[in-house]
Design a protein around this ligand. Structure first.
Ligand code: PLP
Length: 366
């Protein structure tokens, strides 16, 4: 018996016919970049997120970079974000020439809004909260602070496609939303893909040009940009998968509820806040016995992961920023205690119970 952390082949098998027909439709069209498939997908996902505009790009890191670039963030600027995200959140800030300024996180793994104001200074140009694990950051307070200091907010929603906050979809709460369709995300392509959402027409026009070399039209370039477009094949596949997203997210929520109910006696489990509808891209438990538990589960054939074992400010790449151990106690403490359990729509009830039994048995025998 074994439980894999993720099994992408299973999802493909359930959709095989529809996927193959989408793929062949694109191949037959002879159109592979910036065509109707992308336009359709952008329309559908804009509707889904309840925003005016959606723009497909090459991946979720480019979408963050392009978001910052469209806001004019560059050299000498600072962007406030968290030290416990996937490395790309911070990489994108550095890539546009700005400096990341970290703010510690709360028990929900998201930015602690009460610490944001202290991090704002005359160089601050944007705030970039991450909806980590598919749970929305506390956007009301974040937006209040942003308005007070006249700062734009970029939501890193790479892990949270379809999650809701006070009934509104993530990606519609800040000035720009940024999504990733990497194969390991909850809405996933067969390769790389990303997306930006916004209600701001000016930002939309900026982003529209930036993703396509800065071209205004076929021949005229207003300012230099990127080559970062969501291709027609991925757009067609994503548009198809979008119609399943809510039911997939619902299945993951049910798995999360089972984990929450069954495991809260032995480990720390996330508890949903009344205003949120998380999608549980990852389901993270916490225990002081993390390493032993992971080893034990591995021996039982149950695969787990750690998202993420090294806080970003403690990476070699971040050394020049001058942070040190102890600067972000919550993120650092969590990094030593967190473990991500398998959670995906194709996970069977039997497998979910195997995971639960595995964790419980570990704590019974120590
Ligand atoms: C995956 C991820 C990204 C980057 O997305 P890619 O499509 O892999 O470039 C950015 N931020 C977060 C929080 C992510 O999980």
């Amino acid at each position: 018996m074994s439980v894999k952390y993720i099994n992408l082949k299973l999802q493909y098998k359930t959709l095989e016919k529809e996927i193959m027909s989408s793929i062949s439709r694109v191949l037959e069209s002879g159109n592979f970049i910036l065509g109707d498939e992308l336009k359709n997908f952008e329309l559908e996902i804009a509707k889904y997120c309840d925003v005016q505009y959606a723009l497909g790009v090459g991946n979720g890191t480019d979408s963050l970079r392009i978001a910052l670039k469209s806001l004019g963030v560059g050299k000498g600027d600072e962007v406030i974000t968290v030290p416990n995200s996937f490395i790309a959140t911070v990489g994108s800030i550095v890539e546009v020439g700005a400096r990341p300024r970290f703010v510690d996180v709360g028990d929900d793994y998201n930015i602690n809004p009460t610490l944001i104001e202290d991090a704002i200074n005359e160089h601050t140009k944007a705030i970039m909260p991450v909806h980590l694990t598919g749970r929305p950051a506390d956007m009301k307070i974040i937006m209040q602070i942003a308005h007070k200091y006249n700062l734009p907010v970029v939501e890193d929603a790479a892990q949270a496609s379809g999650a809701k906050y006070h009934g509104k979809k993530v990606g519609s709460l800040g000035n720009i939303g940024s999504f990733s369709f990497h194969p390991l995300k909850n809405l996933n392509a067969y390769g790389d893909g990303g997306l930006l959402t916004t209600n701001d027409q000016e930002l939309y026009e900026q982003i529209f040009r930036l993703r396509n070399h800065g071209l205004k039209n076929r021949n005229e370039c207003s300012s230099f940009g990127y080559n970062s477009r969501l291709d027609e094949l991925q757009a067609a596949i994503l548009n198809l998968k979008l119609s399943y997203l809510d039911s997939w997210n619902e299945t993951c929520r049910l798995i999360a509820q089972k984990y929450q109910k069954e495991l809260s006696d032995v480990v720390e489990v996330p508890s949903d806040k009344p205003y949120e509808e998380p999608i549980y891209h990852t389901f993270i438990i916490q225990t002081d016995k993390r390493d032993d538990l992971q080893t034990y589960l591995d021996k039982q054939g149950i695969e787990t992961k750690i998202h993420y074992p090294i806080p970003i400010h403690l990476h070699e790449a971040a050394r020049y920023l001058g942070y040190k151990e102890g600067d972000f106690p919550n993120a650092e403490k969590q990094a030593k205690r967190i473990l991500s359990l398998p959670i995906y729509p194709e996970l069977t009830e039997i497998e979910v119970h195997e995971v639960i039994d595995g964790v419980k048995t570990f704590f019974r025998q120590i």
